[in-house]
Design a protein around this ligand. Structure first.
Ligand SMILES: Cc1ncc(COP(=O)(O)O)c(C=O)c1O
Length: 544
């Protein structure tokens, strides 16, 4: 008997397989809204927002009231995801016992499941679980603890030399280290410790500098190219790393890799690069760590762009990525899909554990004094349940297709509107390249990123300047731009929170700014120009 529906199934399938252009919808989202939140303010309250911006927030997006944003709040994708019903349901079953609660053991098993069996193996038999998984209330708390203990243990070991950087370094690399030393006010008699990365995130950079170490970014050369041709612009420059370790390995306690590379535009890192870094690090006997905030998004890019992995599952790719690391820290507010949480994980038999055998004791003591027992790290037991559930969801292909597909559609829409975005678009955010945005306009454009964020707030949307102000510094007389140069405004997309039409309204507001870019006023810095982490604290006024 012939099946009269077969024709239509074929047609529907063809439709569903068609690549979508912005505005075309063949595939529904793999979830539906179960709860929504109505806004208490209107897009038409332009004057009210201008007053709040100028009088309360001092033009600083971080200081602007979130409840007065009627459009998209794209300040950060961190801690802003919509949680799933499974996560909310899991929270109801939270165990609030003090230390070693049920959620901890579930989470530990889930870490082994998500990242691979070598990490936090299932071992429910002892309370000695703090051996490899240390929980924190968020990523930067883990970073802070990590670098505090590292600095203390390096100092206790009595090593380190304050001699200037070696002459064997590539000249450009050497001068980058020297300029970091000068801008950090590094005293001549302090031992010099260098922490290389593809690009450190701002809090990581802040934590490293706070311990008088030098955060050194070694992004790959393609990092500066703005072209679809380069699928892994988040990679590290392995040649520079090799040269650094060849001449300075005794002053490099570990090598870092941020996946995806947030500061570098949310760009992914390839497995080939991870393997090469691992080989170079091992050749010189230096441990290798990830800042693993967006590990699942990174794995999705590997699946799509690295031939070897086209038919691997996201879980398999994540396992492969993490096979090469000696440890990682993670803000679970990103690919943990929760509002709060962080962790530090140290491989029991890894190079880091061997090099710093007393590190885990140090970190445990730090946690007990600052965060609580390592088995809850400042988090309620119910949050641990939500994290475990989030780590299960985040590696689902359909979640990542929807998540990254939305960010790419947003970026494409901006690009097609003539707004220069960093391409290919990264996983969690769209970065607008300000040097190209203002190319050809007259006048002082030093902090026009701040002006753009301020004007967009009046339009009803919030983004974040990550450029000359966030990453530059002021030495009392002149501005020192970030090295390598970064000059962007970032629109970070919270997970599962907005629909495309919300994001496309940001594009329309950006078009107004682009069409009138000659009229965008510069800003004066009223407070905080010489402070560290100044973009979180400064206040500005429009100069015209
Ligand atoms: C790459 C990276 N590392 C570290 C952090 C810090 O994590 P948290 O916000 O949980 O402190 C962030 C936050 O945005 C990040 O993107």
């Amino acid at each position: 008997m012939s099946d009269s529906t077969a024709f239509f199934i074929k047609k529907f399938r063809e439709n569903t397989d068609t690549p979508e252009e912005p505005g075309q919808w063949y595939r529904p989202r793999p979830y539906r809204n179960a709860v929504v939140r109505f806004r208490d303010c209107s897009i038409y309250d332009f004057e009210e927002r201008r007053d709040i911006l100028i009088n309360e927030a001092g033009l600083n997006a971080f200081l602007f009231r979130a409840d007065k944003i009627p459009g998209c709040d794209l300040l950060s994708d961190s801690g802003t995801p919509t949680m799933t019903m499974d996560q909310w349901a899991a929270m109801m079953l939270g165990d609030e016992a003090y230390g070693s609660n049920e959620g901890y053991f579930e989470l530990r098993s889930q870490f082994a499941e998500t990242f691979g069996a070598g990490w936090c193996e299932k071992d429910n038999t002892s309370g000695g679980s703090s051996e490899s998984l240390f929980l924190f209330h968020q990523g930067r708390a883990a970073e802070n603890a990590f670098f505090s203990i590292l600095a203390r243990q390096l100092a206790a070991a009595g090593g380190g030399s304050s001699a200037p950087p070696s002459d064997g370094l590539m000249p450009e690399l050497k001068s980058r280290i020297e300029s970091k030393l000068n801008s950090n006010g590094h005293a001549d008699d302090l031992p010099l410790w260098i922490i290389p990365s593809n690009s450190h995130f701002d809090t990581t950079q802040g934590n490293i500098e706070d311990k008088r170490m030098i955060p050194l970014n070694l992004p790959c050369r393609e990092h500066l190219e703005n072209d679809e041709l380069y699928p892994f612009r988040g990679n590290m420059d392995v040649e520079e790393l090799d040269n650094l370790l060849e001449h300075e390995k005794d002053r490099v306690p570990l090598v870092y890799l941020t996946i995806t590379n947030n500061t570098g535009g949310g760009q992914p890192v390839s497995i080939s690069n991870i393997r090469e870094i691992r080989n170079v690090a091992r050749k010189h006997g230096v441990p290798f760590f990830f800042d693993a905030c967006r590990f699942a998004e990174n794995a999705w890019f590997i699946k799509k762009r690295e031939d070897e992995f086209w038919d691997s599952s996201i879980r398999q790719i994540v396992h492969e990525m993490f096979r090469y690391a000696d440890g990682f820290h993670i803000s679970l507010k990103k690919d943990g899909l929760v509002n709060m949480g962080g962790a530090l994980v140290i491989r029991r038999d890894g190079d880091f554990s061997k090099k710093f055998p007393h590190f885990k004791e140090g970190i445990t003591d730090h946690q007990i004094m600052a965060e609580g027992h390592p088995t809850y790290g400042g988090l309620p037991g119910r949050d641990l349940k939500a994290i475990a559930e989030g780590l299960r969801t985040v590696v689902r292909d359909e979640y990542l297709d929807a998540r990254i597909g939305q960010v790419v559609r947003f970026g494409t829409q901006l690009y097609e509107a003539g707004i220069p975005v960093i391409r290919p678009v990264g996983g969690h955010a769209v970065y607008i390249d300000l040097d190209r945005f203002f190319d050809g306009t007259a006048g002082d454009d030093e902090f026009k990123g701040i002006s753009i964020t301020a004007l967009l707030l009046i339009a009803g949307h919030r983004v974040c300047e990550l450029g000359l102000y966030a990453f530059g510094s002021f030495d009392g007389e002149k501005e020192i731009p970030p090295e390598p140069r970064v000059n962007c405004v970032r629109a970070a997309v919270p997970r599962l929170a907005y629909e495309d039409q919300d994001l496309f309204s940001v594009v329309e507001a950006m078009k107004v700014l682009a069409d009138n870019r000659d009229r965008i006023p510069a800003v004066n810095v009223e407070y905080g120009r010489d402070l560290r982490l100044r973009h979180f604290k400064s206040r500005f006024s429009f100069s015209g």
